[in-house]
Ligand binder design. Structure first.
Ligand SMILES: NC(=O)c1ccc[n+]([C@@H]2O[C@H](COP(=O)([O-])OP(=O)(O)OC[C@H]3O[C@@H](n4cnc5c(N)ncnc54)[C@H](OP(=O)(O)O)[C@@H]3O)[C@@H](O)[C@H]2O)c1
Length: 384
């Protein structure tokens, strides 16, 4: 089965579940005593998905990533053009999703040079050009892309500089608000990477420095050379390895934490079920927590999430995001989606709160569930 067929099947399943989710999403807003009003679309003409709601419907307290202020939930743009979890989407269909997210209060957009490669940054640049000064753009370097496709890791200073020059063009901007190292290059000392970013910051081409999937030792070394604003690594109700030291180190050093995969690549958005299987050409087939055995085991987590959703009039995706945000005030998830109604649903997580007692109760139940194929805590201590 090819990836397109697989994904079109997924999309059919989603269509069936949307009405229920839309209902739950609305009830979360109503439950919070909030009246929805029509939003002004940045690009009404191209909008294929119309939704109701406005940013005034969500509690929009900003969060800090180091010295960088961002909306409490960002938007992961990876799969829009890279096709990681779905066939690559048309630019004209994705621009309204990005601009619609901004209208709903999202001002933090995540992409990377390697997504596509390049095409995802081009999309993000085009979508955000009219509102450039009102948004925070994050992108990442760290791979060899000179042949036009993804090679090995390459964070030599000259490659970082080349990457940034390309980013500035593709993103249609004169500065990258948050410039991340995507993956550590074992051949380049982290101090050299941080030093190069420090120079780029002095030149005004980047404003803040970020890291992704690195160890506590690397975080500390990098931070000593150039203050790190954010660490972006995988974290969700299911994938909790980073609770081993890393999140605490972020708190200690004043570094923001940006979980990728916060809805567990769709699983905690109720996108799959125990019968879901991924074809060998799908990226999801490579994910160890999506083997048939793992999916079956994790249905228990989904049941727990659904149960909390019923208690709080929230959808599973909203519970997944609210739970992550409730762990620390410096956590800013960036759920990825290609659908504006999912952006709206995800923003509804801002109206879902957990008391300390509820967080304990949730965790106690979670710790009873045996997880399969997730990273062990020891993996948090080494560079990925
Ligand atoms: N630093 C890194 O190494 C790294 C690695 C991976 C990703 N990232 C970044 O992090 C972002 C998020 O991570 P991710 O995309 O891997 O995982 P994710 O956000 O947990 O999951 C994305 C998947 O969830 C689905 N989804 C989102 N909201 C939903 C909802 N309300 N209901 C049902 N399904 C929903 C999306 O499908 P639909 O399109 O159908 O909504 C998409 O397939 C990426 O976009 C990327 O920018 C960074």
């Amino acid at each position: 089965m090819d990836n397109n067929i697989e994904n079109s099947n997924l999309d059919k399943k989603e269509i069936k579940s949307v009405n229920r989710r839309e209902f739950l999403s609305k009830s979360a807003l109503l439950g919070a005593g909030i009246v929805a009003s029509p939003i002004a679309f940045a690009n009404e003409k191209n909008s294929s998905e119309k939704i109701e709601g406005s940013k005034s419907a969500f509690k929009m307290d900003k969060r800090m990533l180091g010295a960088l202020e961002v909306s409490p939930i960002g938007l992961g743009c990876m799969s829009m053009k890279s096709g990681s979890y779905n066939p690559p989407r048309d630019t004209k269909e994705m621009i309204p999703v990005i601009r619609g997210a901004f209208d709903l209060g999202v001002n933090f957009f995540d992409t990377a040079e390697v997504y596509g490669p390049f095409t995802d940054e081009e999309l993000v640049g085009e979508a955000l050009q009219p509102i450039r000064d009102k948004v925070v753009i994050a992108s990442k370097f760290g791979f060899e892309l000179s042949t036009g496709s993804r090679g090995g890791r390459n964070s030599r200073p000259e490659n970082i500089r080349k990457a940034v020059e390309g980013m500035l063009k593709r993103l249609r901007t004169d500065r990258i608000d948050l410039l991340y190292l995507h993956r550590l290059d074992p051949n380049v000392p982290i101090e050299d990477v941080a030093g190069t970013v420090k120079d780029l910051i002095k030149e005004g081409k980047a404003l803040h420095f970020g890291l992704s999937e690195v160890s506590p030792t690397t975080i500390r070394k990098a931070h000593a050379e150039q203050p790190v604003a954010a660490l972006q690594s995988e974290y969700s109700i299911i994938q909790r390895a980073l609770e081993n030291e890393v999140i605490d180190i972020c708190g200690e050093l004043g570094i923001g934490f940006v979980p990728w995969g916060p809805v567990c690549r769709g699983f905690l958005g109720d996108k799959f079920n125990e019968h879901s299987r991924f074809s060998s050409d799908s990226r999801l087939s490579q994910v160890p927590y999506f083997t048939p055995e793992a999916i079956e085991a994790h249905m228990e987590v989904l049941s727990l999430v659904r149960e909390w959703g019923r208690k709080k009039d929230a959808t599973p995706a909203q519970i997944a995001l609210a739970w992550v945000m409730a762990q620390k005030p410096f956590i800013v998830p960036i759920p990825g989606t290609t659908k504006l109604h999912h952006v709206k649903e995800n923003q509804g997580a801002l109206n879902v709160t957990f008391s300390d007692t509820e967080l304990k109760e949730f965790r106690n139940a979670l710790e009873q569930i045996k997880l399969v194929g997730v990273r062990g805590p020891e993996t948090a201590l080494v560079d990925q």
